[in-house]
Design a protein around this ligand. Structure first.
Ligand code: FES
Length: 81
């Protein structure tokens, strides 16, 4: 399945979570820490920490709890690239 992350094409497997597909393709920096702007990404991998959040259709979701789907447009919560 093909989707985009900040307009970059990414592929994932049917049933795979977004976090896994993003990590496999080298996208580890998903958002910035509000306190100091540090890079944040997946930590607990089971829906507890919210370090892995991304935006889909204007909604912030935990990428470790959201399944890959064909054509998704996923954006990071980074302030800079
Ligand atoms: S990695 Fe902790 S909620 Fe997703």
């Amino acid at each position: 399945m093909e989707f985009t992350f900040d307009d970059v094409p990414v592929s994932g497997h049917d049933g795979e979570c977004l976090m896994s597909a993003l990590m496999r393709s080298g996208h580890l920096h998903l958002r910035d820490a509000p306190e100091d702007g540090g890079a944040r990404g997946a930590f607990c991998c089971m829906g507890l920490c919210q370090e892995c959040v991304v935006r889909i259709d204007g909604t912030v979701v935990e990428s470790c709890r959201y399944a890959v789907a064909q054509g998704l447009a996923v954006t990071s919560l980074r302030q800079k690239s």
